[in-house]
Design a protein around this ligand. Structure first.
Ligand code: ADP
Length: 715
């Protein structure tokens, strides 16, 4: 019973000590206390105590040695404070050994002082962090050397007056017990530290395992020497459909992830694994059931315990990829739809323009040839309605180009005043009919020749003037063109169209440039229109480098204006205009070949040309045109683009080769992207869209046949 009690007391004591040691360790760890610090502090305490004790028992030699040791340990303590851990460590080791050596020398071996070497040896291990390494071996060797020196040089027994044999026994027993206790304490502390460290390592491993396994990346660790999978995380099992890790471990990369993956892994064998740049890219894998997996993959090399590995992380992006493919498909579909729309518009415009051409042409012919007075209003209605319809067709086409941002401007020289006068002439009768005053105010150098897209500039002004005409009931409309700023090479010009019409309300002003916008439903009913004109005009002005602006007051009027900068060539002082004017009557005897398969169009063009005195030769397809071209000389060719047997492009190709000096005008109802550029590239000198205005046709012929025009062509 007594023994049992004793056991339980000892057991209890060990548990308390264990708890205390653990608490102490934990507290020290938290406070950043290292074994070196503890040993230095304990050493200072013990040596200082020994100085006092030795002095007390009049062992002045020992007292001096302990004093030296204490000083050395204090120095080590200070070194530690200055972060010189390594020097402090060696000083502590040397001091412990030397102190013991001298203590044994002065006390004699019989006292058993050397027994303190045991706890010191253990404590040294503690200093080196409980791992066997070269440093530890050096420390052990030093300690053994000191031990050897101690045994060699220390006397066995010190002859002292006071020390009897009893006191030696007493000393020996005390030293033996103390050294055993110290050894026990130090040994226990080492084991405890190891235990706690192992626990820490285990918890760290568990933590990194959790990170590894909860990652959304499926990660494979692959050995580079044998190309086998050595580890993988749980996401791998989930993503690829494997039940257990065993189904993955020790399998070859190729069998699990395919040949492409293997080839990339192999590139890591060539270089220094840990220094190689990671491989990053998208790859396709296969699940166990054959379903494809699209993945963003990265492969990183690393070394572990002398072996080379790669970590392959696979992030499943199948859903993103599917979405991408869907978006791509939708985009392609939309592009196809846009293309179909564009083709449809182009075809429709062709289809619409051909009969319109016939209607407008025939009406013009009728108006030109004499008619009874009662027919005039009807013919006017016919003319204006067909021209209005043509404008609508053109607007829809321009709008489709604007939407696709495919509108391109020409850069050709033209005389600004010529175009303005013509525009004034075209609108004058309509304004007169509404009893409105229409004025053209020019403040530009006479005959100035600028470079730009005359057709598009005219289109903008045409649209502004049509609107002014439409929305003004009384008063006047002024088209003003003003040179703002002129350098040697360019000129800023302000164009404005001011009317005294219905005006626009302030809150609606910012919307009038939106496509299909009309200020109110009444406008459409009363004035017609598509609501596209201003949107197209604004876009065209912006392509020319300007901004279309508006100022308006309801019931007072509106003013639309823009400033653009146009390169200037030279002032012609009206010479060309004169030449052109003069030439108008000189088409007499000019020989023109018309290649056109549509009999109505042919009839209309022929009639006009003949009216101007032109000698016309007809060809109803490209082949006939080429035969005619080879049979007799011509001054100019007017060639339809779409014709049977040989098309317009075929005719112009031969004519450019065999008769490079004869100008060729393309005559077409089709409108397509980059048309002007394309026609120039094919060799056409100019083009005339169907339906045409007779004046336009005449102007173009005259321009191409005048010396200035032909110079330009050759350039
Ligand atoms: P559309 O004239 O074919 O209706 P626009 O884009 O040219 O289309 O014009 C859009 C709208 O802006 C017109 O419907 C009209 O309400 C308004 N607007 C344009 N010009 C004028 C103007 N000079 N005076 C009054 N309102 C105008």
């Amino acid at each position: 019973m007594k023994t049992k009690n004793l056991y339980s007391i000892v057991f209890q004591a060990i548990r308390i000590w264990d708890q205390l040691a653990e608490d102490l360790y934990e507290r020290q760890r938290k406070a950043g206390v290292t074994p070196l610090k503890s040993l230095t502090e304990i050493g200072i305490g013990v040596t200082a105590l020994n100085v006092i004790l030795s002095h007390w028992v009049s062992q002045f030699g020992s007292a001096f040695i302990f004093l030296l040791s204490c000083t050395a340990l204090v120095i080590a303590y200070v070194l530690r404070l200055y972060n010189r851990e390594n020097q402090a460590k060696w000083l502590v080791i040397g001091t412990f050994n030397a102190t013991l050596c001298f203590a044994c020398y002065f006390a004699g071996l019989k006292t058993g002082t050397y027994l303190y070497y045991f706890p010191v040896i253990f404590a040294m291990v503690f200093l080196i962090d409980s791992k066997i390494n070269q440093e530890l071996l050096i420390i052990e060797a030093i300690t053994m050397t000191f031990l050897g020196v101690t045994f060699l040089f220390s006397p066995y027994e010190i002859q002292s007056a006071e020390a009897g044999s009893d006191s030696f026994h007493y000393f020996f027993r005390t030293n033996l017990s103390l050294s055993l206790i110290f050894t026990g304490i130090v040994g226990y502390s080492i084991l405890k530290t190891l235990g706690v460290k192992e626990e820490e390592m285990r918890s760290e491993k568990a933590f990194s395992d959790t990170i590894f396994n909860t990652s959304l990346d499926a990660s494979f660790i692959i050995g580079l020497d044998d190309e086998l999978v050595v580890d993988c995380n749980e996401r791998v099992l989930e993503l690829f459909g494997y039940g257990k890790k065993d189904a993955v471990l020790d399998r070859s990369v190729e069998s699990l992830l395919g040949r492409p993956a293997l080839e990339i892994v192999r590139t890591f064998r060539l270089g220094n694994t840990s220094q190689m740049t990671p491989w990053v890219g998208n790859m396709e894998f296969e699940q166990l059931n054959g379903v494809p997996v699209y993945a963003h993959t990265n492969i990183v090399g690393f070394n572990h315990q002398g072996k080379r590995f790669v970590k392959m992380s696979i992030l499943d992006i199948t859903q993103i990829r599917i979405a991408e493919v869907e978006t791509l498909k939708a985009k392609e579909k939309a592009e196809r739809a846009a293309m179909v729309k564009s083709r449809f518009l182009s075809n429709m415009s062709h289809e619409l323009r051909t009969p319109l051409n016939a209607i407008i042409g025939t009406t013009n012919l009728l108006l030109d040839e004499g008619f009874s007075d009662d027919k005039r209003p009807m013919l006017d209605v016919l003319k204006h309605s067909s021209e209005h319809m043509l404008e609508l067709v053109n607007d829809v086409l321009d709008y489709s180009k604007l939407e696709a941002d495919k509108m391109e401007l020409e850069k050709l020289p033209f005389i600004l005043q010529g175009g303005l006068k013509k525009l004034h002439g075209i609108f004058q009768p309509a304004y007169q009919a509404k009893q409105l005053q229409f004025r053209l105010e020019e403040d530009i150098p006479p005959g100035i020749m600028v470079v730009g897209d005359e057709l598009r500039l005219t289109q903008v002004l045409n649209n502004l003037l049509s609107n002014a005409l439409k929305f003004t009931e009384k008063g006047q409309v002024v088209l003003s063109v003003k040179a703002m700023n002129q350098t040697r090479d360019a000129m800023s010009i302000q164009f404005s169209v001011a009317d005294t019409g219905i005006g626009i309300q302030k809150e609606k002003l910012h919307r009038i440039f939106d496509k299909f916008y009309q200020t109110d439903a009444m406008t459409t009913r009363k004035y017609g229109g598509s609501g596209l004109g201003l949107a197209i005009s604004k876009y065209l002005v912006s392509l020319m480098g300007g901004t279309l602006q508006v100022e308006s007051t309801p019931r007072k009027g509106s003013c639309f204006s823009f400033i653009i900068q146009l390169p200037i060539i030279a002032s012609q002082n009206g010479k060309e205009a004169v030449i052109v004017e003069g030439m108008h009557n000189q088409l007499e005897g000019v020989k023109i070949l018309i290649a056109e398969d549509n009999p109505v169009n042919m009839m209309v063009v022929k009639k006009f040309l003949q009216k101007w005195g032109v000698e016309v030769t007809e060809a109803i397809n490209g082949l006939e045109a080429l035969d005619a071209l080879r049979a007799q000389p011509f001054d100019l060719l007017l060639v339809d683009l779409e014709m049977p047997l040989v098309d317009g492009a075929g005719v112009v190709a031969v004519s450019r080769k065999e008769y490079p000096r004869i100008p060729v005008i393309a005559f077409t109802a089709a409108v397509y992207d980059n048309m002007i550029e394309d026609l120039h590239q094919k060799g056409f000198s100019d083009f005339l869209p169907k339906p045409f205005r007779p004046d336009d046709l005449k102007d173009k012929i005259v321009k191409l046949l005048t010396p200035a025009g032909s110079e330009k062509r050759r350039a």
